[in-house]
Design a protein around this ligand. Structure first.
Ligand SMILES: *Cc1c(COP(=O)(O)O)cnc(C)c1O
Length: 374
């Protein structure tokens, strides 16, 4: 038996929606399925506006444009993060500043953010790792006091909540991903959530290649012209049709993943005695079961564990290489403060298989993990 780390969910309604989209013969962005996805996202998250994009990477690039980042500006972000967070900033000529994460959540450490601020800091980019929202209160307070933007990479965190509010709507701008590895997917896809009215109009223009086409389509202008920067960020209608099927099943997918996550959590309770780290969920947070991970004792133990699991046909991948410790990270960004926790986790973390419909495969993973580590 081979057990992959991740398998895209298929909920059964995708093909019908794809057929409908083909019959309507609207294939570009802005079609009925795209609009329904955006309505769903707005209604469920409470965002002021939701724009489908062809990736979360594109949504991060839109956020960097909306933030009007440029040379000399800095954006504080966790070092334990996805490369698109740093690229979005560096593509504007601004500098990513990499800071520490907390051991218990692998989310950005608010104290490290406070310590890294300079007069050049323009924004704080947080990532809700594994779908567990960050400790937002000190970050929002700091941003408010210093007049900084908060951008949330909620690529892992669709339907996760912090104090009852949805991840992706806690900062000024939020990013979601519908990449094949995410809970709800359409192959390649993402969304930008706009939570601050200041950005609403410009977000539409960026999406329309820097034109005022959205105004034109609403009948507000006789023609549309180039008015701003922009690019091709939008999601095509076929992907949106697939995505709507998945969004409509998102609660069910999330319930199942949370139950699987909880099963792992209970089965591995006894690993605490061996000083193996497991995720924690702070009070006031509801996570979406995106990732279950273990933090092993040493990097060598991790190598042995991954090889042993691979020999059993089970894929248990490690995760981010700290961004500051990469050739581009050194050239385009800088580290601020201690990154000891980042190094610790990055060298020891493994992710366990977790996917829609994994059923008995989870029993096999639990048995194998306990045999290897228990
Ligand atoms: C998957 C992911 C992205 C990028 O998503 P794409 O849709 O593939 O561009 C960005 N940030 C995080 C944290 C991710 O996990």
């Amino acid at each position: 038996m081979r057990i992959p780390y991740s398998r895209p969910a298929q909920v059964g309604t995708e093909l019908g929606y794809l057929r409908e989209a083909l019959e309507a013969n609207e294939l570009s962005s802005g079609g009925r399925f795209g609009r329904r996805c955006e309505e769903w996202l707005k209604a469920r998250t409470g965002a002021r506006a939701a724009h489908l994009t062809h990736s979360a990477t594109a949504a991060l690039e839109m956020a960097a444009l909306l933030a009007e980042l440029g040379p000399g500006d800095e954006v504080v972000m966790p070092a334990f993060a996805y490369v698109s967070c740093a690229n979005a900033v560096a593509l504007r000529g601004a500098k990513p500043v990499f800071v520490e994460v907390r051991r218990e959540s692998l989310n950005i450490d608010p104290q490290a953010v406070a310590d890294a601020l300079t007069p050049r800091t323009r924004a704080i980019l947080v990532l809700h790792y594994a779908g567990v929202p960050c400790d937002m209160a000190p970050i929002l307070e700091l941003a408010e006091r210093r007049g900084l933007l908060v951008i949330e990479d909620a690529a892992h965190a669709l339907l996760s909540t912090w104090r009852g509010r949805m991840a992706g709507t806690l900062g000024h701008l939020g990013i979601l991903s519908f990449h094949a590895t995410k809970n709800v997917a359409c192959g390649e896809g993402g969304a930008l959530l706009v939570n601050d009215a200041r950005f609403a109009e410009r977000a539409e223009r960026l999406l329309c290649k820097g034109t005022d086409r959205a105004d034109f389509l609403r009948g507000e202008r006789p023609r549309y012209v180039w008015v701003d920067l922009g690019s091709s960020f939008a999601l095509g209608e076929l992907a949106a049709a697939f995505l709507l099927a998945q969004l409509e099943a998102a609660d069910e997918i999330t319930r199942e993943r949370r139950a699987q996550w909880q099963r792992y959590h209970e089965a591995f309770r006894r690993l605490d005695e061996k000083s193996i780290g497991r995720p924690t969920v702070p009070a006031g947070v509801e996570h979406n079961g995106h990732i279950y991970y273990l933090v092993l004792g040493t990097p060598e133990e991790r190598e042995r564990f991954i090889a042993a699991m691979r020999a059993r046909g089970i894929t248990t991948p490690f995760h981010y290489v700290p961004l500051d410790d990469t050739p581009a990270g050194r050239r385009l960004g800088r580290a601020a403060g201690s990154l000891a926790e980042t190094r610790h986790a990055a060298a020891r973390l493994v992710r366990l298989p977790l996917w829609h419909g994994m059923g008995e495969a989870q029993d096999a993973v639990i048995a194998a993990v306990l045999e290897e580590l228990g």
